[in-house]
Design a protein around this ligand. Structure first.
Ligand code: ZN
Length: 329
């Protein structure tokens, strides 16, 4: 039994295709709260978050497939387990028809447990419990699209767990997220970075703390649930590069970066100044239909804007603030 959702009539941005599968019990019943409408409602919310970041991307929930009762052995398995994930992935790849495993989608499997896990080898998968109205599924998709936790990788538990990391935040590889640990409070994040409590910070500093404290890729959801709603420009850059690269199979088009500090103007629009397009004109000419140009904030004079000859559609977004195009030569 599958629900095939209406095809999108126009790309006009980058869509991350997501195929959701729901395990059932031996009587063929889904977990409570996991009807098609309730799952679609979650993705509507996730897309509202993506819209806020204004990076020209959305999730495309391509289908919701109810798994047959013959697979009810998965109904109460602990989803948040690397072993469960690897076992499920092995079954999916050896019997892709039965498990509705898609090579061109992010594959999300839902059962009756809680929390979740990503990704495993190659196209991988996401395995979550019954996370209705919760941030977990989009957090796991964040991992699928190349994001680490705000506390870095391999730091997933709190002290006094002997495996917990008590003092030293890891590195998430993102320049605009300040250091974090799974069990830090808002004041601890603040003290570590600014040596002051949150209440004493400037508005800009508070915003930096909140970028971590309210981050989808943080572990602070013990406190907030769905109020975790932030991804930073740096995280969106990383996500775009992963979508262009190792997860190219779940999209149909590309993000192309424009940076006036770039040395060249035609190497493909990568993130750094060695590979980004230098001019808007170069990016329009050198990208494909409905590609999203992610432009570094700043002023683009006539030389950097160029003369555009539009023969295909493009989407223009700003990476991190105002983009102004001037008539100045
Ligand atoms: Zn995670």
């Amino acid at each position: 039994m599958a629900l095939f959702l209406a095809p999108l009539t126009s790309r006009a941005q980058v869509f991350f295709r997501v195929s959701v599968k729901v395990f059932t019990d031996s009587n063929g019943n889904r977990p409570a709260g996991r009807s098609n409408a309730e799952i679609q409602d979650d993705y509507t919310y996730y897309n509202q978050l993506l819209s806020k970041y204004a990076r020209g991307c959305q999730f495309s929930l391509t289908e919701i497939v109810q798994m047959p009762a013959s697979l009810s052995g998965w109904f109460n398995v602990t989803a948040r387990s690397g072993t469960s994930r690897d076992n499920l992935l092995a079954n999916c790849t050896s019997n892709s028809a039965l498990y509705a495993y898609r090579s061109d989608n992010v594959n999300v499997y839902i059962n009756n447990s809680s929390s979740g896990v990503c990704c495993g080898a190659n196209n991988g998968l996401i395995f979550t419990g019954n996370e209705d109205d919760h941030i977990t599924p989009v957090h796991e998709i964040g991992h699928m699209l190349g994001l680490s936790h705000t506390q870095g990788s391999g730091c997933n538990s709190c002290c006094p767990d002997p495996l917990g990391c008590c003092d030293t935040p890891g590195d998430d590889g993102i320049a605009d997220t300040i250091p974090d640990l799974p069990c830090w409070s808002q004041n601890q994040i603040s003290q570590n970075q600014f040596s002051q409590n949150y209440a004493n910070l400037s508005a800009g500093q508070q915003d930096q703390v909140d970028d971590v404290w309210l981050n989808i890729m943080s572990y602070h959801y013990g406190n907030f649930n769905n109020l975790l709603e932030r991804l930073t420009p740096g995280q969106m850059d990383q996500l775009a590069m992963t979508a262009n690269g190792t997860r190219d199979n779940v999209t149909g088009n590309y993000f192309r970066f424009v940076d006036p500090f770039s040395v060249f103007d035609g190497l493909g629009g990568g993130l750094n100044t060695a590979t980004a397009f230098r001019t808007v004109e170069g990016a329009i000419t050198g990208s494909g239909d409905d590609d999203v140009l992610a432009i570094r904030a700043g002023t683009y004079n006539r030389a950097l804007a160029g003369v555009w000859r539009i023969t295909q559609n493009r989407v223009l977004t700003s990476r991190n603030g105002l983009v102004r195009i001037t008539k100045t030569p």
